[in-house]
Structures are given as structure tokens and as C-alpha cells.
Design a protein around this ligand. Structure first.
Ligand SMILES: *Cc1c(COP(=O)(O)O)cnc(C)c1O
Length: 485
């Protein structure tokens, strides 16, 4: 059976169900597939539906699930929640392609994994009778997608922490209007990195034999694996329609923050998806660009709030998984992560840097260029793209080789209406929903129903806390949950 290994302790190997329940290892390490020698043949998946490709990919990792269990999870996630029958359709933008990942219930790519994760978690947990407590940090999009996924889920409670000033107004409103007796949304005076650190600390410091803490962040391997599927689906579609041949490879340009999406792309490549380069596109918080170019990871730098807030991140958790997958050296990874914790900085050795650069390229895009690309995509190509996608679109213009570029489009532009409207017209609206309507009127592209409706919904979550209060809030919540039993 397939095992998942702790990136900071190679001797700890566990089955997928346990890895999904735990989320993060107790020593702070992340679970990584221990063996990816199996290959998926593109010919074999050419005519399969999204759900069928999902089964092919996921069953190669989650082999302690029965076929029936896994298929049940896949169908519950993908049969009804998406507005496109292809789940992740691919379309043209100029000579390149746009992989549209925003047709789910919250209009961002986090939906792809968070529609299935609650089902995977429930099945993983079936043999235990502990309650599950999900702690989640969000840079804007994970929060709502996780709330939707876990809301009213039996035996589960979810708390989402978001940076008070660090998310778009629509993202905030989406979260704060969430119903469900088992949901809690809390604004934190801090940035995403602070929220993520808070959540990780809670895992490391708090344990309970009656309550199982777990995570909906991409530190959970159950979040990451479902994201491999759309890389295969995109390549299969291009192959089937004759846009590429079986000898060709493609580049994926991925707007990156916590490095989860692009890492799923790397796993797809290891499994045989015909990928040449994975281009890591960053915004003005360009810590990943510098790392991929020089091997130095340095979070001691100014933190910028940008118009692509879901990528305003200085500590990219999933990079740790890449370092382990490329080095297979838990001691080395532990050492780097320790340096990151203590000094805020580490430098990988030359050999490791070389292997990173064999697969990855990196480009960053500042605010000016981001707005310019939103305009250019609309005016030149007739495509309305969001600010995160625009960062990748810019990177696709900076990086080119003989292969086709597939730009990964991670959110609906209507989640960031004012900055997009401003990029297109030079003007903003006072009210975010007016901006949404103005954008719809200007472009003729419909506002997704899931965003349109939140204007009318009551705000149910209003709490703001300081970072220092975070752990106490979690402990109090746990106490309440245990009292209810
Ligand atoms: C989360 C997010 C990203 C970054 O993805 P990572 O997996 O964290 O690298 C990019 N764009 C949008 C819209 C997002 O929500």
C-alpha cells in the first residue's frame, strides 16, 4: 500500500487516511507521497471524464480507500457543485491557453480540492468516534471554500482565521455570511503568515484525546492530491483536440502563494503528465522568484498588500514538500526549516538548486504590470481575467520556449471587482457590489450567482481578535465542543 512520509522524519510513514486526518505531522513536518514510480499513460485517460481522471489519479495515492469509497467522494464533490460540466474547462487566450479553475461554489480554485476534502476526511475518520476540529488560515479564498465544504458536516467544527486587512471585500463578505451551526470565522489583526503560524502552532502545542485537530489548508495532503487532476485533464483535452501531439510537452504558468497549486503540477509531472516547465508566477511579494533563481529563501523583507491578495504570502509552506521530494533527505529539510524559523532565511545547496531549476522557472509581476495585463487581456484578447491570473499572464509573456503555455486561472474577476474595474476604466466604485455590476455591464460577462447573492445575505460573523488571543480562542472553542458531547 502507498505510504506518506514525514518530511522531517523519514522513519515516520503512514497510510493516506491517517495523513488526511492529521494534516500536519506533530514535529511540524508535512506528509509527502513516499513513492511515485507509477506512471499514468495519457492515451489511457484521453477519453475519460473529469471524474474518471480523478479516480485514476487519486486511486494511485489513496489506496487504503476502497473503490466504492473513493468514487463516492468524487461524485459527491464533482457531480453537482460546478457550473461547467468539464469542471476545469480550458480555453484560448491569444496563442496560449487559460485553464479555468473558478467554476466552483466559491469562484476560486480552492473549490477543486475543498469540495472533496470533507468527504475524504469523513471516510478516513469513519473508524474513530472523535469529533473533528478543523483549523484553517486563509489568504482569502481557502476560507470560504472550506466553510462551504465543511458546513453542516456531521461531527465536525471549523474555525477560519483571516487577516483583517488582507482580503478583498467580496472575499470577506463571502466568509462572514456563511451559515451552518458548525462554522466560525474570525478576523485576525495580522497578515496571512501570522494566521498560518497561529494554526501551525496550535497543531504543535495542543492535543486532545477526545478531539481530532485537522486542517483544510494545503499543508493537508488531502488538499493537494485532488489538484493534480486538472493538470492531466488539461493535457488530455489538448491532446484529444489535436492542439498538441503525444510528442509535445506544455508549460504551466501558475500564480503562486503557498506553493500548493504548482506543487500539485510537479506531482502530475512525476506521474507522467507531459509538462516541460512549471513557471512560478509571484506578485510583488516575490520571495519565491528570488528563491528559484538564487536558492536563497529570505522572508526578512517588507510585506506588501497587493491587488492579488490570495498570493500575499512570505512563508510558502509547500516548498518544504518540494525540497523533500527532490532531496529525499529529512535531516537537510529539517535544518532548512529550522533556519527559516530562527533566522527567517536559508540557502539550499547547489545540487538541490539545480534540480529545482530543472523543473521550475520563476517570474514576478509588480502592481503596475498586473493592471496592465488585465487591460491587455481584455482589449487585445477579449478575455476578462482576475488579478491573480494577470500575474501569471504577465509571466507567460516573460517566459517562453517552443512549448505551449497554459496559464492557470485561479479566480473569478468578480471576487476583485474594484481593482479590475480600475485597471480597465481608471475608475473605482465606492461600493464593491456596484463595482461588480459596473464590470458586468462593461464586459457583458455574468456575475457568478454565488457572488451576486452575498450582497443580500446577513453578516453572521463579526469577531476580530489580536494574534495573541488566537490560541486561547482555539482552546475555548475546544472546551465548548467537548462540553456538548
Ligand atoms: C490560493 C490562491 C493562489 C495561490 O495558490 P497556492 O496554492 O497558495 O500557491 C492563487 N490565486 C488564487 C486566486 C488563490 O486563491
Amino acid at each position: 500500500m502507498k505510504l506518506f512520509v514525514n518530511s522531517r522524519n523519514q522513519r515516520e510513514k503512514i497510510f493516506s487516511k491517517e495523513a488526511i486526518i492529521k494534516g500536519l505531522a506533530t514535529n511540524g513536518g508535512l506528509y509527502v507521497p513516499s513513492d511515485i514510480s507509477e506512471k499514468i499513460d495519457m492515451e489511457e485517460i484521453l477519453n475519460l471524464s473529469y471524474q474518471e481522471i480523478a479516480y485514476r489519479v487519486l486511486s494511485s495515492f489513496l489506496d487504503d480507500f476502497t473503490e466504492e469509497e473513493l468514487k463516492d467522494c468524487i461524485h459527491k464533490a464533482y457531480d453537482t457543485h460546478f457550473t461547467s460540466p468539464d469542471i476545469t474547462p480550458i480555453s484560448k487566450i491569444g496563442k496560449d491557453y487559460l485553464l479555468e479553475l473558478y467554476h466552483g461554489p466559491t469562484a476560486a480554485f480552492k473549490d477543486i480540492a475543498l469540495t472533496i476534502l470533507p468527504h475524504l476526511l469523513r471516510k478516513s475518520h469513519a473508524s474513530q468516534n472523535k469529533k473533528i476540529y478543523i483549523l484553517t488560515a486563509t489568504s482569502g479564498d481557502t476560507g470560504k471554500a472550506a466553510l462551504e465544504g465543511f458546513k453542516d458536516s456531521e461531527g465536525t467544527f471549523i474555525t477560519v482565521f483571516y487577516p483583517k486587512e488582507g482580503v478583498s471585500l467580496v472575499q470577506e463578505r463571502q466568509m462572514n455570511t456563511t451559515e451552518g451551526k458548525n462554522t466560525e470565522v474570525i478576523a485576525v489583526q495580522g497578515n496571512f503568515d501570522d494566521c498560518q503560524r497561529l494554526v501551525k502552532r496550535c497543531y504543535e502545542k495542543i492535543s486532545s484525546d477526545r478531539l481530532q485537530l485537522s486542517s483544510a489548508n494545503s499543508i493537508n495532503i488531502g488538499r493537494l492530491l485532488p489538484q493534480i487532476v486538472y493538470y492531466f485533464k488539461a493535457c488530455a483535452t489538448l491532446l484529444k483536440q489535436g492542439s498538441i501531439t503525444s510528442k509535445d510537452k506544455v508549460n504551466f504558468i501558475v500564480p503562486s502563494g503557498n506553493f500548493g497549486n504548482i506543487l500539485a503540477g510537479y506531482l502530475a509531472k512525476l506521474l507522467g503528465c507531459p509538462i516541460h516547465k512549471l513557471v512560478c508566477a509571484s506578485n510583488k511579494n516575490c520571495v519565491l522568484t528570488e528563491f528559484i533563481k538564487t536558492g536563497v529563501y529570505d522572508r526578512n523583507r517588507e510585506f506588501y498588500q497587493t491587488i492579488s491578495p490570495s498570493m500575499d504570502i512570505l512563508v510558502s509552506s509547500n516548498l518544504e514538500r518540494l525540497l523533500f521530494l527532490l532531496s529525499h533527505d529529512d535531516e537537510k529539510v529539517s535544518q532548512y526549516m529550522k533556519e527559516l524559523e530562527v533566522k527567517g532565511k536559508y540557502k539550499v545547496d547547489g545540487e538541490l538548486l539545480e534540480s529545482i531549476q530543472e523543473h521550475f522557472e520563476a517570474v514576478f509581476c509588480d502592481e503596475e504590470n498586473c493592471k496592465k495585463m488585465i487591460r491587455e487581456a481584455y482589449v487585445k484578447e477579449g478575455r476578462l481575467i482576475d488579478s491573480h491570473t494577470a500575474v501569471a499572464y504577465y509571466a507567460s509573456k516573460q517566459y517562453g520556449d517552443e512549448n505551449i503555455n497554459i496559464i492557470v486561472s485561479t479566480a473569478s474577476p468578480y471576487k476583485f471587482s474594484n481593482p479590475i474595474l480600475e485597471a480597465l476604466t481608471g475608475k473605482r466604485k465606492e461600493n464593491e457590489f456596484d463595482a461588480m455590476r459596473a464590470l458586468e455591464k462593461l464586459t457583458g460577462e455574468n456575475i457568478p450567482e454565488c457572488l451576486r447573492k452575498i450582497e443580500r445575505l446577513p453578516v453572521l460573523h463579526k469577531r476580530t481578535i489580536s494574534l495573541e488571543e488566537g490560541k486561547q480562542v482555539v482552546l475555548e472553542r475546544m472546551e465548548k465542543l467537548l462540553c456538548l458531547e
